[in-house]
Design a protein around this ligand. Structure first.
Ligand code: ADP
Length: 749
């Protein structure tokens, strides 16, 4: 009779296959979550090779052992390709090394190869133990006590090519590296009017090529999943590049995925693209192959926090179903999902097979909606000549404006909105300085080239205004909308935009010109808007905070010091919690929870205890409006007073750097996707009998529109934040990740 598998008491974690930024964060989270659950944890060094070799390649880890690694790229556990693990003998040796130590739970962070190998290992486990017992290499009692191996996988891969998760660990960081490189190339290419061909990684998956093309505003992109339509694609590419030059484009940029191919499966190399551009157009063309730069460097904020969240969930999964079917832990929006591991691996492999069979339509379908949207988008954006109106088509006049604080990605969104609108044959008008400008009639027609270069620019070229217009201003706005015959309004901004759109909607009986359709696109670093898991700008702000906190932590290497870092967010603690998770803060103060005297007493005592036992660095993150009484300076004074003789305290109020900077790749991609959907939606509404107003957002990774009239019901009365904040579920993690440190250790954050 089969016994129900026992809850494992010892767990091993390893990283395998190609390295990916964020693997360290995943290891740290796995180790600390497992320790918090009372498990003993072992790190396996050098991937599967460490399993086979055993000895000191399998080491017990403490919380301290994974301190100070969150911000490091690569993997401190090491990774290797291991030929022995492909053989049953190798895997038997690996089983022996684990079971001898009483380990029967395994967390693997790697690509589809590693996860396949690990799954095979788990399937064979009982029979491997039987063989070891039969050969006298293992005590029967030990084998009987560990009949099942519990396996959980996380995907560490820069390619973002796996089913079962929206994003793989390392993909976002790779996009950061590629986008930084292309932004740098951009300026030199423009100066010399050169063409650049950039080769990016991705053998079977065009994710990095496609998304970096969206984020960098490339003029041509070649990916494995969707080869050029025609055999004479070189000619189409040359015509497009030529037309771009004719309208004044100063540089041409083509991005080629490593695995790019033509319709017949013949590889297309960056070198070939260069030769074509040189020979047919006489373009001065350079090739840059980004190579391993794409893997390297400090992980992005997103990679740090998803890895943290996934590591935590992996341990929960192990405890929940010991000996159960192996699961892959992934994310969808802010939600953690777990799916049968081998289903995910098999579906992933199936895409490569479909591409090899040259069934490109199925390959694109399998990649999913956002991938297809982006590809469609790129094909519009690379055009030098818009399609323009169809004969007899009604030409709408659509206006775009900003409202609220500046958010990186606003320019990116305007660029796409203008081009999509013009491409559909409509007149696009940019409003300068938000509602104030609209009331003063500061509208200007925008054409295809008026938004050149905006994809990567921070700030808001059109300008913005922060206040909801007073009645007198609203009257003038109504007049201007009439005067300029505006058929639809796209508001790219934050709380002010949403409130004003709702107000205009409510006043449409008084001001008939307010009956036009309005669409709001969430752009606010605070991420405080309803109807969307994320607003444009929040990711850039988060990265900016994380980079600053890294530097702040480095500044304290020698001293015993505690930092109180204040971040923006108004009434919403998103930036505080996420930056806390991404930087390893031990305490995060959020406006959603407030701060109590009891909290402060407990926190200060924990800090004192930590520093008394060798702690060198403390980090607390406070959201700017976490509490009206317990301000950042109050907390500093309190900590300083209580910490005399143990540690000193410094504050860092990060301020407006958080609103500045060029948009992150994710913000550019999201701004592009949402703006294009918004304009298409606005056109549809403007042409309909009963035009409706709405706000757009990402919900579980899908683009959704919510009627503007629902705005008041979806927000917390009296404050600026939505009722539904999925990310709040991540709060307990911050505590687990910063476990009180056992005495006699020298912890690092
Ligand atoms: P990735 O995990 O990035 O796809 P690889 O495919 O190189 O990387 O796999 C990493 C390691 O995982 C291999 O060197 C090998 O030890 C193990 N592995 C991969 N595939 C299998 C398999 N089919 N059977 C057993 N082990 C495998």
């Amino acid at each position: 009779m089969l016994r129900t598998p026992q809850r494992p008491t010892k767990l091993a974690v390893l990283t395998s296959g190609g390295d990916a930024a964020g693997m360290n964060a995943a290891v740290r989270a796995t180790v600390r979550s497992a320790l918090a659950a009372g498990l003993e944890v072992f790190g396996v060094y050098e991937g599967m090779q460490g399993l086979v070799d055993g000895g000191d390649r399998i080491k017990q880890l403490s919380s301290t052992d994974v301190g100070g690694i969150l911000h490091q790229g690569g993997t401190v556990l090491g990774t290797a390709r291991c030929a022995e693990f492909f053989s049953r003998d190798g895997r038997r040796q690996a089983a022996r090394n684990l079971v001898e130590r009483g380990i029967d739970a395994l967390v693997v962070i790697g690509g589809d190869g590693s996860l396949t190998g690990a799954n095979l290992f788990r399937e064979e486990w009982p029979s491997l133990l039987d063989e070891l017992v039969a050969e006298g290499d293992l005590e029967p009692d030990l084998a009987a006590a560990h009949r099942r191996l519990t396996l959980v996988g996380m995907v560490g891969s820069i390619d973002n090519d796996m089913f079962g998760t929206d994003m793989t660990i390392g993909a976002d960081t790779a996009l950061h590296r590629i986008t930084e490189a292309i932004d740098a190339i951009h300026s030199t290419a423009s100066s010399h009017q050169r063409s650049f061909v950039i080769e990016v990684m991705g053998r079977h998956c065009g994710y990095l090529a496609l998304m970096s093309a969206v984020a960098a505003g490339a003029n041509w992109v070649l990916i494995p999943e969707s080869p050029p339509d025609t055999d004479d694609w070189e000619e189409s590419m040359c015509r497009a590049m030529e037309a771009g030059r004719a309208i004044g484009r100063r540089r041409n940029l083509a991005i080629v995925a490593e695995g790019a191919q033509d319709r017949h499966g013949n590889p297309i190399t960056a070198q070939h693209v260069k030769e074509v551009l040189e020979e047919r157009l006489g373009e001065d063309t350079r090739v840059t192959s980004l190579g391993h730069v794409q893997r390297g460097g400090a992980p992005s904020a997103f990679d740090r926090y998803i890895s943290t969240v996934l590591g935590y969930a992996a341990v929960e999964q192990i405890l929940m179903s010991p000996g159960g079917e192996p699961q892959l832990i992934g994310i969808r929006g802010h939600e953690i999902i777990s799916s049968p591991l081998m289903d995910c691996v098999n579906k992933t492999k199936a895409v490569a097979d479909v591409i090899a069979r040259q069934d490109y339509e199925t390959a694109m379908d399998m990649r999913g909606g956002s991938f297809k949207d982006s590809f469609r988008m790129i094909r519009t954006m690379v055009r030098a000549q818009p399609h323009g109106p169809e004969p007899g088509q009604r030409r709408l006049r659509l206006a775009v404006l900003h409202a609220g604080g500046p958010a990186p990605g606003m320019n990116t969104a305007v660029r796409v909105a203008v081009r999509v609108g013009v491409d559909h044959g409509h007149t696009m008008l940019g409003v300068h300085n938000g509602f104030k400008g609209l009331a003063a009639g500061k509208l200007e027609e925008m054409d295809w080239m008026s938004v050149t270069g905006w994809v990567s620019q921070g700030g808001a070229e059109l300008g913005t205004s922060r206040k909801v217009p007073a009645p007198e201003l609203l009257e003038r706005i109504a007049h201007q909308l009439d005067k300029h015959r505006i058929d639809g309004l796209l508001m790219i901004g934050g709380w002010t935009a949403y409130q004003t759109a709702n107000l205009m909607h409510e006043l449409r009986d008084i001001h008939p010109s307010f009956a036009l359709p309005i669409v709001c696109l969430p752009a606010s670093i605070n991420n405080d808007l309803p109807g969307s898991e994320l607003s444009v700008g929040a990711d850039t702000a988060l990265n900016s905070i994380v980079q600053d906190v890294d530097k702040i932590k480095q500044s304290a290497v020698a001293a015993q010091r505690s930092f109180v870092v204040e971040v923006m967010g108004r009434d919403c603690g998103y930036l505080a919690l996420m930056s806390g998770l991404a930087t390893g803060a031990e305490r995060v103060y959020l406006p959603e929870e407030g701060i109590s005297l009891l909290d402060l007493e407990k926190d200060v005592n924990e800090l004192k205890d930590g520093f008394a036992h060798g702690k060198r660095l403390g980090l607390v993150i406070r959201s700017e409006q976490a509490d009206p009484v317990f301000t950042t300076s109050f907390i500093r004074s309190l900590f300083e007073h209580e910490g005399i003789g143990l540690f000193d305290v410094r504050t860092a109020i990060l301020g407006h750097v958080q609103q500045g900077g060029d948009p992150s790749p994710f913000d550019r991609i999201q701004a592009t996707r949402l703006a294009s959907k918004c304009v298409e939606h606005l056109i549809e509404q403007a042409l309909s009998e009963e035009p409706a107003s709405s706000f757009v957002g990402l919900q579980k990774g899908k683009v959704r529109f919510t009627p503007i009239s629902e705005f008041p019901d979806l927000v917390v009365p009296g404050v600026h934040r939505p009722m539904d904040q999925g990310w709040m579920a991540l709060r307990p993690l911050a505590r687990v990740m910063a476990q009180p440190v056992p005495p006699e250790t020298t912890p690092q954050v």
